[in-house]
Write a protein that binds this ligand. Structure first.
Ligand code: HEC
Length: 92
């Protein structure tokens, strides 16, 4: 006996659940703008004194502390550091 195909309702609810999951993690337009800016600034700023560490090397909360510390090491505008932090936390 062949297994019965899933009903339309089951299929639809699975698709809906998947779609809503994807949208829940969707970054806001502001986060997207910061990410792109950070991706450009990170190799410029963060490779001046040492090799630029990739976002995957530390957790998002560790990046909170690190970027604050690195901002005091260098003369970096706060808005640029916000962009770099967004990039490092998202690029995992
Ligand atoms: C003005 C020089 C300078 C700049 C620019 C700089 N750093 Fe640093 N960074 C340091 C120094 C010095 C240390 C080691 C001593 C310390 O922790 O204070 C360090 C250490 C680090 C560490 C820890 C290293 C490890 O692997 O244990 C991380 C991560 C880091 N920096 C990230 C960054 C990021 C991200 C940026 C760009 C936003 C940046 N740094 C820009 C000077 C700098």
């Amino acid at each position: 006996m062949r297994p019965t195909p899933p009903s339309l309702l089951t299929t639809l609810s699975i698709v809906l659940a998947l779609v809503s999951r994807v949208f829940a993690f969707e970054p806001t337009p502001d986060q997207r703008r910061l990410f792109i800016e950070g991706a450009k600034l990170w190799p410029v700023y963060c490779a001046q004194c040492h090799n630029a560490r990739p976002g995957s090397q530390f957790s998002p909360s560790q990046w909170d502390a690190i970027t604050m510390h690195m901002r005091t090491q260098s003369i970096m505008p706060a808005k640029n550091m916000r962009a770099i932090k967004e990039f490092l936390q998202q690029a995992r």
